[in-house]
Design a protein around this ligand. Structure first.
Ligand code: ADP
Ligand code: 5GP
Length: 199
């Protein structure tokens, strides 16, 4: 049976398990793609152009802004980041779904953009946004510490940011708490299946 192609926007405070959950979804759902952002920052480590990001010059990025190619864009630590409209529309028109992993502020801009579209636009028809919640602030801190990728100062910053992000959870259509990973993943899959009519 054919199901509705979805434009799935997912946000979560850092350390909640968003990347883990998205990787699990992409592994299982071969018809769900991942939206690759554009950035003007330099690639780090093993990052590859067209996989981790589309790495663009400032000039090229600014041209694309002028052309209206971005659904949203922002300047973070002196570099531009943005989500292109065209690749997302293309995936949906092919009948596939796409996940956009974006912070609360970026998600708000995307939501505003989608709201401005006519009701018959595939982006609007397939739109859903999900906020992933930590079971508690103590557990969030523990996950950040166990992950071992952030300095104590960065962990403090992420914990402070998390408060503000969690305060905006009401902006999202759906909320899923990542308590037990397997159970949270199951709830996320059930939600996606129900919204797309995949049952
Ligand atoms: P995010 O992408 O939201 O920053 P990650 O996917 O990197 O978060 O997860 C943060 C850490 O927490 C990782 O070490 C991950 O293995 C772990 N983790 C994710 N989900 C759970 C869970 N439900 N229970 C315990 N640990 C988890
Ligand atoms: P990094 O350079 O570490 O990969 O990302 C830095 C920041 O840019 C992160 O907070 C990340 O969420 C944000 N970011 C990545 N892609 C996008 C995007 O497409 N749009 C916006 N607004 N922010 C992004």
């Amino acid at each position: 049976m054919k199901h509705k192609p979805l434009f799935i926007v997912i946000s979560a405070p850092s350390g909640c398990g968003k990347s883990t959950l998205i990787d699990m979804l992409l592994e299982e759902y071969h018809d769900i793609g991942y939206s690759i952002s554009c950035t003007t920052r330099e690639p780090r480590g093993t990052e590859e152009n067209g996989i981790d990001y589309h790495f663009l010059s400032r000039e090229r990025f600014e041209d694309l802004v002028r052309e209206g190619a971005f659904m949203e864009h922002a300047e973070v630590h002196g570099n531009y980041y943005g989500t292109l409209k065209a690749p997302i529309v293309e995936v949906l028109n092919e009948g596939h779904s796409i996940i956009l992993d974006i912070d609360v502020q970026g998600a708000a801009k995307v939501r505003e953009y989608v709201r401005s579209l006519p009701n018959n636009n595939p982006l609007k028809i397939g739109y859903m946004d999900v906020f992933i919640l930590p079971p508690s602030m103590e557990e969030l801190r523990e996950r950040l510490e166990k992950r071992g990728t952030d300095s104590p100062a960065t962990i403090e910053k992420r914990m402070a940011d998390a408060e503000g992000e969690i305060a905006r959870q009401g902006e999202y259509m759906y909320k899923v708490t990542n308590d037990d990973l397997g159970m949270c993943y199951k709830r996320l899959c059930d939600l996606i299946d129900a919204v797309s009519g995949r049952m």
